[in-house]
Design a protein around this ligand. Structure first.
Ligand code: AMP
Length: 472
């Protein structure tokens, strides 16, 4: 199926050709014809699947044919949870619509409001906005929403997690009752379903991947490590395995700065993005990372939501995410656009409880290991916290030295790219002796069952995968 067959016209096909987007992704194949038919959709799509194009392309196509907005009016309104995502979606509208007359702008907090107001004066076809700043602009009569024809809720699950529900309801009530509604979410909680229902009847449900699962090409590994050794282990892995780039998640802003300080002291160029930084500093850090001037970017969940960095080989959960949904979103930063990627989680003994929630949501078991030079010695505090024993089929205390679970190889991905090689640097590129300290003696340092030739991810719970516990 080509973009042309999906019903997109010449000016859009030209920009797609320039971008070398030769084939629509799975979500694009499903969503574009339905949206062009004027229907409402509720789509389960993770970042990295081409979901932005799946709504931006048909919106540009439809608005090309319609009358232009005038005086502070907006025809398509896209709501996003974060400033970074708003800027990114707007960039896509601009790039895909380069050969059309579609106008667009993005408005978000943390940036001066006056320039945003002046861009809205003549009205825009597509406005991308974070909810808080949009309401400020409405209150200041800088924008009108009563001619909105298409409403998009992008990463709706994040918007609810961030407490935007009342703002969203308020915004929806300001738009005309008859409009096209497009809701995108990586996960479908009962709250999301309720929000979808409030948008009106006749929502067509589509799903590029089943909800609540991670992109299948991402290799996931948990490293057991003591809390106070995480910084050293991370620096060691980056250098020893010659990572080109990695996005590291920290639960707190303070944590981001501490990790960055440690890595910079170890000679690894590192930047940070989190809520305590000015918008200018966040934009600069992201640009430097995207341009590969900086090797490591450390971010909080909120700051990093939805950001798209192509060819990002590694995501690291320095802290285990407290909420299972955050795990899906974090690791979705790698393995984008059909590329492979590796998600590494550093788990201290007090964080085992979070793993239970993640595996429960994903319905998979994630490979676990430890690094020879950073074996954990911390014991669970009395009263529990660690659930490691529950994994040991013989009731023995697990050694964490090697818990290889065989992997299935789910075929295909959103961009139908054939085969592909490992995103990790080849063995030849690594220092010769680096394999020695690895569990199981394989050169990758990863559990052996999850090799590049079998990148499909991790075994589904309930399948016949055997858990092998090996004594050290
Ligand atoms: P998204 O899921 O919208 O964040 O998109 C992830 C990445 O995929 C972005 O860098 C897009 O430019 C890229 N992309 C989107 N659609 C396609 C396509 N059909 N072919 C190749 N790359 C694409």
């Amino acid at each position: 199926m080509s973009f042309k067959e999906l019903g997109l016209s010449e000016p859009i096909l030209r920009s797609l050709e320039e971008l070398k987007h030769t084939e629509p992704s799975e979500i694009q194949q499903q969503a574009i014809p339905i949206i062009l038919a004027g229907k409402n959709i509720m789509a389960a799509a993770q970042t990295g699947t081409g979901k932005t194009g799946s709504f931006v392309l048909p919106i540009i196509e439809m608005l090309q044919e319609r009358a232009k907005p005038y005086g502070k009016n907006v025809h398509a309104l896209v709501l996003t949870p974060t400033r970074e995502l708003a800027a990114q979606v707007r960039e896509s509208v601009y790039t895909y619509g380069k050969f059309t007359s579609i106008t667009s702008t993005a408005v978000f907090g943390g940036a001066k409001i006056f320039p945003q107001k002046s861009k809205l004066k003549k009205g825009v076809d597509v406005l991308v906005a974070t909810p808080g700043r949009l309401l400020d602009l409405v209150n200041q009569k800088a924008v009108k929403l009563d001619q909105v024809q298409i409403l998009v809720l992008d990463e709706a699950d994040h918007m609810l997690d961030m407490g935007f529900i009342n703002d969203i309801k308020k915004i929806i009530s300001m738009t005309p009752p008859v409009r096209q509604n497009l809701l995108f979410s990586a996960t479908f909680s009962p709250e999301i379903k309720k929000l979808a229902q409030s948008l009106g009847d006749e929502l067509v449900e589509i799903s590029a991947h089943s909800p609540n699962t991670t992109v299948t090409k991402i290799k996931q590994v948990i490293y057991h490590v003591d809390k106070n050794k995480k910084n050293d282990l991370l620096a060691h892995m980056i250098e020893d395995e010659q990572w080109t780039q990695a996005l590291v998640f920290s639960r707190t802003k303070h944590g981001c700065e501490k990790i960055s300080k440690h890595l910079n002291a170890a000679g690894i160029q590192t930047g940070t993005i989190h809520g305590d930084k000015t918008q200018g500093a966040r934009t600069r850090a992201l640009r430097e990372f995207k341009e590969k001037d900086v090797r490591i970017l450390v971010a909080t969940d909120v700051a990093a939501r939805g950001i798209d960095i192509s060819n990002l080989p590694f995501v690291v959960n320095f802290d285990m995410p407290t909420y299972p949904n955050d795990y899906i979103h974090r690791i979705g930063r790698t393995g984008r656009a059909g590329q492979e990627g590796t998600a590494i989680s550093l788990m201290s003994v007090d964080e085992h409880k979070f793993l239970r929630g993640i595996e429960g949501l994903l319905k998979i078991k994630i490979d676990q290991t430890s690094h020879e030079a950073f074996k954990p010695t911390d014991k669970p505090s009395s009263g529990g916290g660690g659930d490691s024993r529950s994994r040991n089929p013989r009731g023995r205390k697990p050694a964490f030295s090697r818990n290889s679970r065989s992997s299935d190889s789910k075929s295909g991905n959103s961009f139908s790219k054939p085969g592909g090689s490992s995103s990790r640097p080849s063995g030849a590129g690594r220092p010769g002796g680096s394999g020695a300290g690895r569990p199981g003696g394989n050169n990758s340092g990863r559990p052996s069952g999850n090799s590049a030739g079998n990148p499909g991810g991790n075994k589904k719970t309930g399948s016949k995968a055997k858990t092998r516990w090996k004594k050290t």
